[in-house]
Design a protein around this ligand. Structure first.
Ligand code: PQS
Length: 401
């Protein structure tokens, strides 16, 4: 273990330990209070948890690179578990062509074609759930279901095997953390799931229309190389399902615990989009990931040496009282823009418009039929090294006449 050469607050303990994953808020407060940069000896990494430093690291891609991996593993010295992503685990200039292609494929213009269908799909799902009764599990019956109803079709995936998407993503997001029991739990299926994902990325597997076909069409135009297309499709399948599933659970949990905010949304369904961003700020479905320094970086009086992993606590930044008034309140009257739940800078989530549309569709459908929503039992967390997730969010709703 190398210890920092300049004074740097040290926080002992494992931020990926089960007790922290169950309730990370006390650790986040401790990290923010300790200083602008802290050292975590458990994993031999530096960490930032204040809004200012997290945002600064996210937007400084020259000094905080992604190409050495955005997990704990340093690709300069450790072999990645899969071929690195052309978007996530790349820096300019290599990053830019794939990014341009995917920004267009997933951009607001492209999504206009999907809007009407997704709104109708959300209405239908909500009707189906309410037909079974007014007590249901918001996680397993809504947020785990809706993205899997609309997103794989939009990509152009065959129906068989879609049940592999969530387990594959769950493992990929665990794999950004340390090699702990959560990673070991996923290991037995890695080969099988990776093979399945690889097959879905081939041109012949994908439907003639959809995000997948659009990526292949970009290769035909010469915007990317043909051998890049499958890996860019893989990015959709890795980062596009679990993230939205857990973000939708976050919104449902937020409303079930804030009945006054639900009343507000009911009065003004136009707030659906703000509600989603506020829930992403408040719950931060993507909690943490890493960068690697490309040079010595000074932050305050701490010097982070070159080639070191820096853990960025997005969730802590999103509740930093230095940036947010009353940060722990889920409040539709605030302006949540500027939150770092989708990252910031040139790697900022390229799928965020898709996520927002899914959430807008589901919230609009719910607001149409549901007058009140409250918890109906104790929700249970799903532990993941990167994602803040729920296995169950039992709710009871009052249905509008
Ligand atoms: C990919 C892209 C993005 C991919 C950490 C990781 C990711 C948010 C936080 C992520 C994962 C995978 N998103 O391109 O495969």
């Amino acid at each position: 273990m190398t210890t920092p050469t300049t004074p740097c607050p040290v926080i002992v303990g494992d931020p990926f330990d089960h007790a922290v994953l169950e309730d990370p808020l006390p650790l986040h407060a401790e990290l923010r209070e300790a200083g602008p940069v802290v050292f975590l000896p458990e994993h031999d990494v530096f960490a930032v948890a204040r809004y200012e430093q997290v945002r600064a690291a996210l937007t400084d891609w020259q000094r905080f690179q992604s190409a050495a991996g955005v997990g704990l593993a340093n690709f300069r010295t450790e072999k990645p578990w899969r071929t690195p992503s052309l978007l996530l685990e790349a820096d300019p200039p290599h990053h830019d062509a794939p990014r341009r292609v995917l920004s267009k494929v997933l951009g607001p213009r492209a999504l206009r074609r999907l809007r009407e269908q997704w709104m109708a799909d959300a209405d239908e799902l909500v009707d189906q759930v309410l037909a079974r009764g007014t007590r249901f599990d918001g996680a397993t019956e809504l947020s785990h279901v809706f993205p899997l109803r609309v997103f794989p079709d939009a990509v152009g995936l065959p129906v068989a095997g879609r049940e592999n998407l969530l387990p594959y993503g769950d493992h990929a997001f665990n794999a950004f953390g340390p090699n702990n029991a959560l990673v070991a739990k996923g290991a037995p299926r890695v080969e099988e799931l990776s093979d399945w994902v690889g097959e879905q990325c081939c041109r012949k597997t994908l439907a003639p229309e959809g995000f997948g076909a659009d990526i292949w069409a970009a290769a035909d135009r010469g915007d990317i190389l043909p051998d890049q297309a499958p890996l860019i499709v893989r990015s959709l399948l890795t980062a596009g399902v679990d993230t939205t599933v857990h973000a939708l659970s976050a919104v449902l949990y937020a409303f079930a615990t804030h009945p006054d905010q639900w009343a507000r949304l009911r009065n003004n369904p136009g707030l659906a989009r703000v509600a989603f961003d506020e829930a992403v700020r408040w719950e931060s479905p993507v909690q943490t990931f890493f960068r690697t320094t490309t040079t010595e970086v000074a932050a305050g009086n701490v010097h982070i040496p070159e080639g070191r992993k820096v853990l960025m606590f997005l969730a802590a930044a999103n509740r930093d009282p230095r940036r947010w008034e009353n940060p722990d309140a889920f409040d539709l009257s605030r302006d949540p823009s500027g939150h770092v739940g989708f990252g910031m800078g040139l790697h900022q989530c390229v799928g965020q418009h898709v996520a927002r549309l899914e959430s807008e569709a589901l919230l609009t459908a719910l607001a149409r039929r549901i007058e009140t929503i409250e918890l109906d039992g104790t929700p249970t967390r799903h532990h993941n090294n990167t994602l803040r997730a729920w296995d169950s969010v039992p709710v009871r709703v009052g249905v509008a006449n």
